[in-house]
Design a protein around this ligand. Structure first.
Ligand SMILES: *Cc1c(COP(=O)(O)O)cnc(C)c1O
Length: 384
């Protein structure tokens, strides 16, 4: 028998920042008081600061999908022509949401593991000048691929369409110049790089998006962006807020501000780079080799090995929870997260565990191969 600490190593929920977790204990607080308004105002201001935008930023008591839903129901009209980029399970979610609200979608689909090329978005925009919106994932968490949202944003900015970016795992893992690149709507979620539990969604909204929303005719009630903006300006949420999570967010944002958003992003990028090098040295294939992002690295299980075995053994041998593939990728890939409160020690341990699991399941690798690769990346980065 060995002690097995539970380690949450998934791309949402992610490891919690301890002071944020402790802050949740002060949630015996009423939300219509000055004490709470102070916290709420600080959260909205700090979110705006770490997102690096002059656009309005709103917060919702919902998982990330709630804000995705709200962006469609508040800004668009029935029958609007839109373009949806689908590179994985979360792109499919955009496709399903716009379909549910009766939008007229041109769906640009690429095989799992790839990213939608910018040229394809440009061609679709040129083919339909009446396009009202373009939907994409900055980081497609199900495959580990990242989209070139900079080039896409600059292309969409030349048209009347708004660019709606699910950056739920993009925020804090890749540079996103919201205002400079024309990212009209940017959506985030608390359980990703924000280091707190699930239950809060964030959204930034540009003047161009607000303008489109003025003519929107889709039904909505709970998620009302205009109402939420008005409430937010008064330091409150429209409905009863997720008080405990907001207290946690306040602490987490203080931490992110203290290290700097750019450093948080670089941390994820370094861990991702180290993971890719480790995979290569272990003879493992990256699932999104052509456009790997830094929020999560998806690795294809060795031929003849079910990735569910790897996921199960992480849990049974080491108490660690890692992500399997979703949908038809289940059993084929496993995913290693880098977003938020992850450090090199987490990665060293996870790679050491992986090597043991591979050896125990008919894929012999010299012990220490992947760990050494990650150590090299650390040593190089630490020199600078
Ligand atoms: C986690 C995630 C979501 C949101 O999922 P919820 O379960 O609603 O929080 C959406 N898009 C991406 C890319 C994600 O990683």
């Amino acid at each position: 028998m060995f002690i097995k600490k539970q380690r949450l190593l998934t791309p949402g929920p992610t490891p919690l920042y301890p002071p944020a977790l402790h802050a949740m204990m002060a949630s015996d607080m009423h939300h219509r008081t000055e004490d709470f308004r102070k916290v709420y105002r600080a959260c909205l201001a700090d979110l705006k600061e770490v997102m690096g935008t002059a656009n309005d930023v709103l917060m919702f008591a919902a998982s990330g999908t709630g804000a995705m839903d709200a962006s469609v129901s508040n800004l668009f009209s029935k029958g609007d022509k839109v373009i949806v980029c689908v590179a994985g399970k979360f792109g499919e979610r955009w496709r399903d949401i716009v379909k549910a609200y009766g939008l007229d979608a041109t769906v640009l689909t690429v095989p799992y593991g790839q990213a939608v090329p910018v040229a394809q978005v440009e061609a679709a925009l040129a083919a339909e000048p009446a396009t009202k919106g373009v939907f994409v994932q900055a980081s497609e968490t199900s495959t580990g691929a990242a989209h070139d949202v900079r080039a896409m944003g600059l292309a969409v900015a030349k048209t009347d369409a708004i660019f709606v970016v699910d950056a739920i795992t993009g925020l804090g893992t890749m540079p996103l110049d919201i205002d400079g690149w024309g990212l009209d709507v940017v959506i985030g979620g608390s359980q990703k790089a924000f280091m707190i539990p699930p239950g809060l969604a964030f959204m930034s909204i540009s003047p161009k998006a607000w303008k489109l929303g003025e003519t929107g005719n889709l039904p909505h009630y709970y998620f009302n962006l205009k109402k939420e903006k008005k409430s937010g300006d008064a330091g409150e949420s429209s409905w009863t807020p997720a008080t405990s999570l907001i207290l946690a967010l306040g602490e987490a944002l203080k931490y992110v501000k203290s290290i700097g958003m750019a450093e948080l992003i670089q941390n994820a990028e370094m861990l991702a780079r180290a993971t890719r090098l480790a995979a290569e040295r272990l003879g493992l294939e990256l699932f999104s080799a052509s456009s790997p992002g830094s929020s999560v690295t998806a690795i294809t299980a060795p031929a003849g090995m079910d990735s569910s075995v790897i996921v199960k053994e992480f849990r049974s041998r080491f108490g660690s929870i890692i992500a399997n593939g979703q949908g038809e990728m289940k059993g084929k890939i496993f995913r290693i997260a880098h977003l938020g409160y992850f450090d090199f020690s987490d990665l060293f341990a996870m790679l050491a565990s992986l090597e043991i699991i591979l050896n125990a399941n008919g894929y012999p690798v010299p012990l220490g191969t992947g760990v050494a690769a990650a150590q090299e990346v650390y040593m190089q980065a630490a020199k600078k």
